[in-house]
Write a protein that binds this ligand. Sequence first.
Ligand code: AMP
Length: 395
Amino acid sequence: MKTVNDINFKDKKALIRVDFNVPLNDKFQVTDTTRIQAAKPTILKVLEDGGSAILMSHLGRPKGIEEKFSLKHIVKEVTNILGVHVKFVENCVGELAEKAAAELQNGEILLLENLRFHPEEKAGDKDFAEKLSKLGDIYVNDAFGTAHRAHASTTIIAQFFPENKCFGLLLAKEVESLNAVLNNSAKPVTAVIGGAKVSSKIDVIKNIMDKVDNIIIGGGMAYTFIKVKGGKIGESLVEDDKLDVAQEILNLAKEKNTKIHLPIDVIAADAFSEDANIQIFPANDIPDGWMGLDAGPKTNVGFSFIIAASKTILWNGPIGVFEMAKFAKGTIEMGNAIADATAEGAFSLVGGGDSVAAVKQFGFADKVSYVSTGGGAMLEMLEGKTLPGIEALLN
Ligand code: AMP
């Protein structure tokens, strides 16, 4: 994997695909700067070498040019975080962009306008990619969040830099961390898969089955498994059209000697609400009118025990409805267990939108080995797919 550390950028213009798709409030202020912070080491490496950086990104899902999705809103924040004044140009291709790129001096940073103001970006248009490629000397991809998309700036563009292309430090770290979990990882390996739906995680579970020793299934998706095993789940979340898939996964696990761990007790509520009455029931005996919204105390102890004995841990998806304090305990206890195991030397990787939100909210982000920035991209890697953005850099 060739990264920016393998290249000297002196007098070179690095064209860097970053993921600055950050959340903005109604005053167009950045409410979470994680993604900008994450791109900082790559950008500064280029500047420290004596080169300049041209940053390209998308923001949101604009339909054509929509002012509210302009990257001009984030220029001040990017300047603050990088500690270097960031120039901005109101288009990412064409005369304006070419002029701004040509005038850029060593040590300077230029941010291009939202790539998705041009439909050619998502279409993976080759001419558009070629126009972008004219702006820089070396192509760097540091956008893990879009590495699973064959868009013009993430994949197609790489062919115009047959020799001069490389991984940004963030992208390299993401790939290395996921490989550390999926291949040659210290055993026992435990995957914690939670969240709402079985359907969105089926391919992940099937792919990791060969690579892990334990799969802990938490969150809403557990009830489809509990039901297919003959349990009574009351009004809990269930995907009745996925019962056969759940059974198939259970059979496969038996065949491959992978242990699947489900909740044994749950905190159930009589409504999907913070004000609901709550009661603890066995996970396979939830009365009608009650729904399981979090793991119960026995389950939390059992799950923690498995985590404590693990040397490699992957966590994707919350254990309960952690957005409501009443149902956050399972997720917090899982975070605690993973933090403790990490302190004892285990390698832990947390990824996927909601689990990342949970580790941040409960203060575990710096107590795990690695927090992945890309939800969809991470899931696709865990499903065993080759990401087009990564393949384009390797070929
Ligand atoms: P996902 O996007 O599939 O990872 O799902 C994340 C969502 O699952 C979060 O918003 C949680 O509130 C929700 N969730 C977790 N456990 C449950 C549960 N037992 N019932 C319903 N939703 C749940």
